[in-house]
Design a protein around this ligand. Structure first.
Ligand code: HEM
Length: 426
């Protein structure tokens, strides 16, 4: 099969799935994803047919150079769902998570061509104008407030009580929200990413809140990210503003949770790395880099759609098919054989994507994630992971790979104002 171009069509496979058609989430959630990809590659080669959900198929691309070609060629591999046959003919059923994720929106993530260039330039300008010193201060304050609630307890699930909360609080800080609105945004984000029915009202609630904020910033601008977007010279209309504000709130959420969580897993559970960090030979930045290169938080990039028949990795891809890039696997494979720690400084990572949709927040997200990891290590004394890394379950999902829980213990502190033990009366 590998000498010649294979002409298997996703539509034919969807009509006659047969046993053993890979599920994309199986790789994201597997304890050993490398073994999963090895099996798939042996059966299908470097471009694998995978089920996204409910009988909807996509091609999964495993090799670094092929992925770079996809990410850099938006005219052939488009983010515009108009090119996805299964979405347009109703096979991606309304009401499903997949349909909600890919429903068209007027922001840079979901559009291509001139419109994307205009929408994206607003986002790039807004991130470029961020006061990073203030961001560090705000994120540090938010992290300390969360940690102050857990510190007296002596044990916690750091995902539920900490890492999952930080990204939305950071976006709230970038939008200049006061504490009570920041907390509302955090609650909406928790529900939206909960995989429960609470997601639907939360999404509506978040959009209502963002629309109100946009109206306020229109009348009364501040020195925040949202005000920069609202008053940008490209003058986005109301729908574009709302969809852009919502994209910034949600596009990096799962990846940021994953980066923070997996860096803490690495620092607390990987004896070799943790020891080198505690002895000062390595810093949190190096742990972040290490995760980025060897287990990228972005596990698979959200699908793109083939605009015209094209050959890739020994397969003929058909107009209208969906295509997903295994960026974590490809980045890790690219560094195979290199020193585990020093390869981390490599710039050859696809963790932030590449090309026109590359993450516009790579600097900002490092600031947020680094601050979150540092504060956990500073505020929770003698922090220890409670279970071996191999026993941690992973979040069910298509795009990010992250531990679902992070059970830890630490020395409890006394909460301010709580009853202290009186040594005399013991
Ligand atoms: C506060 C944190 C973050 C924000 C506000 C943010 C924002 C965004 C936005 C707005 C986009 C869409 C860009 C476009 O399509 O033009 C994007 C794309 C992307 N982001 Fe981020 N991001 C954040 C954190 C992260 C992190 C931590 C990672 C991974 C480590 C990440 C990885 C990506 C990737 C891979 C894409 C491109 C997806 C693709 O090409 O399909 N982001 N991000």
């Amino acid at each position: 099969m590998f000498g010649t171009t294979s002409d298997v069509r996703l539509d034919d496979l969807a009509a006659n799935p047969g046993p053993g058609l890979p599920m994309l989430a199986a790789a994201t959630m597997a304890p050993d994803p490398d073994a999963v990809y090895r099996t798939w590659r042996a059966q299908w080669g470097p471009v694998v047919p995978v089920e996204l959900s409910d009988g909807v198929l996509a091609w999964l691309v495993l090799d670094y150079e092929d992925i770079k070609q996809i990410l850099m060629t938006w005219s052939v591999f488009s983010r515009d769902v108009e090119h996805w046959a299964a979405f347009q003919d109703g096979r991606v059923a309304p009401g499903t998570g997949l349909h909600a994720f890919f429903s068209p929106r007027q922001n840079a993530f979901y559009t291509e061509g001139d419109r994307r260039v205009r929408l994206r330039s607003v986002v790039d300008d807004a991130f470029a104008a961020i006061d990073e010193t203030k961001l560090v201060r705000d994120v540090r304050t938010a992290c300390r407030a969360l940690l102050a609630q857990i510190a007296p307890l002596g044990q916690a699930d750091l995902v539920a009580s900490y890492t999952a909360a930080v990204p939305s609080l950071a976006v709230a800080a970038m939008y200049g929200l006061p504490a009570h609105l920041a907390d509302r945004m955090r609650q909406y984000a928790t529900d939206i990413f909960s995989n429960t029915p609470a997601a639907v009202p939360a999404f509506v609630g978040l959009n209502t809140m963002l629309a109100e904020l946009i109206a306020i910033r229109r009348e009364d601008p501040g020195d925040d990210l949202l005000s920069t977007i609202v008053h940008h010279e490209h003058a986005l209309d109301d729908t574009e503003l709302l969809d852009t504000a919502q994209m910034i709130q949600s596009a990096g959420h799962e990846m940021s949770v994953a980066w923070t969580t997996m860096t803490l897993v690495h620092l607390l559970g990987d004896h070799d790395f943790g020891t080198r960090t505690r002895s000062g030979r390595l810093m949190v930045d190096e742990a972040l880099d290490n995760v980025m290169v060897h287990q990228s938080p972005t596990w698979h990039t959200p699908a793109r759609f083939v605009t015209g028949n094209t050959e890739l990795g020994g397969r003929m891809l058909r107009k209208g098919e969906a295509i997903v890039c295994a960026v974590a696997h490809a980045t890790k494979t690219e560094h195979e054989g290199a020193d585990l720690i020093w390869a981390s400084t490599s710039r050859a990572t696809l963790g932030f994507g590449a090309g026109v949709h590359r993450c516009p927040a790579s600097r900002v997200s490092r600031i947020i994630t680094k601050t979150a990891v540092e504060q956990a290590l500073i505020q929770l004394h003698a922090l220890k992971l409670d279970v071996p890394i191999k026993d941690l379950p992973f979040v069910p999902g298509l795009w990010a790979r992250s531990a679902a829980t992070l059970p830890v213990t630490f020395e409890p502190t006394h909460a301010p104002g709580s009853a202290q033990r009186d040594p005399v009366s013991v």
